[in-house]
Each structure stands twice: as C-alpha cells, then as structure tokens.
Design a protein around this ligand. Structure first.
Ligand SMILES: [Zn+2]
Ligand SMILES: [Zn+2]
Length: 181
C-alpha cells in the first residue's frame, strides 16, 4: 500500500547533480470535502522527480474516482479520472548557501518552500478539476428535475402543467414577442 502524501522534502535531491532522480508510489487526496467535485478515494499512481539545472521536474500519472453531481438531476455520479503531471518546481532558497533565490515564478504552486518542501497538492488539484467534464450525466437519457417542483423525472412524472403545451403560456410568449418587436 502506497503512502498517502503530496509533500516531500527535496533538500537532498537538490544537492545532487542534474539528472538525479527519485521515484515514489503515492496516494493523494487533494480535493476539499465541500467542493462540487469530491474524491471517492485517494488518487493512486507513481511520481518521479528529476533534478534539473533550475529545480526539480515532477512527472507522474495518478488515477482515481471522483464524485460530481449529474448536470440534470444532481444525483452523485462517480467518474474515473487519470491525471498526468509534468511540472518543474523551482527552489526559493539555495540549498547549499541558505540564501534566498530570486524567483519570477508567477505560479506560486510551483515553488519549493524555504524548508525545501515540494508540494504537488495544488497542481494535482487543478489537474483533477480539468479532467472533469462540464456536463456529467448519470445516464445518457437522464430526464432531469421538474423546473417547477423539483420532482426527479427519472422516478416518475409530477402534476405540474407542461409549460410548453400550456395555452396560457403560449399567449404570454406571443405577447412578449410583440413587445420585443
Ligand atoms: Zn441524472
Ligand atoms: Zn413538477
């Protein structure tokens, strides 16, 4: 069973020559419990770290289940996502001299902190969210919810008048068309 973690102290790796590597089997939980997308279980996969001339190149592939609401009926739907990471993290402190390194990195998620801790949780979180489609259906023909009473139309029809065939609605909409003209 791989260890659940998203942070590593890379001080030793940063002292090694360019090309030095580390490989980890990881499990990672990166989504907040209260967000629209939640993790049904940790992501699992491999992460490798390569010492580059500028910092540490992190590459990895992680997969795992995430849960989102059906776009039409809001029932939870579990999707399996696969995330590929390839990001270069840069140090903010020189590991040998202990002095601050000037950084012009816009993305602070890609900075190794002053204690030489490299944290992949934010880039992983963003990568997972990118893998979730905007439209998720619990089944291709999901009937959705009634707009008026909220009844799940997959489980049966409600007593609300069908607006599209309601004569009064048609009159109103004809009236609105006239106003627009
Ligand atoms: Zn649905
Ligand atoms: Zn209804």
């Amino acid at each position: 069973m791989a260890e659940e973690r998203t942070q590593w102290n890379v001080a030793q790796l940063l002292k090694e020559p360019i090309g030095a590597t580390r490989n980890f089997d990881v499990q990672a939980s990166v989504l907040q419990q209260e967000s629209d997308v939640t993790q049904a279980a940790p992501l699992a996969g491999q992460v490798s770290m390569l010492r580059t001339n500028l910092g540490v190149l992190v590459q990895g592939v992680l997969t795992g289940p995430v849960t989102v609401a059906c776009t039409r009926c809001l029932k939870p739907v579990t999707l399996h996502v696969t995330v590929e990471l390839e990001e270069e993290f840069k140090p903010t402190v020189d590991v040998v001299r202990g002095s601050y390194v000037p950084v012009d990195e816009e993305d602070t998620a890609l900075l190794i902190d002053e204690h030489h801790v490299l944290d992949i949780s934010e880039v992983l979180r963003q990568a997972v969210l990118l893998e979730v489609p905007i439209q998720v259906l619990c089944r291709p023909d999901c009937a959705g919810l009634c707009q008026t009473c909220g009844q799940d139309l997959n489980e049966g029809t409600c007593d609300c008048p069908d607006e599209e065939s309601d004569a009064r609605w048609e009159q109103l909409s004809a009236l609105l068309d006239d106003i627009e003209l």
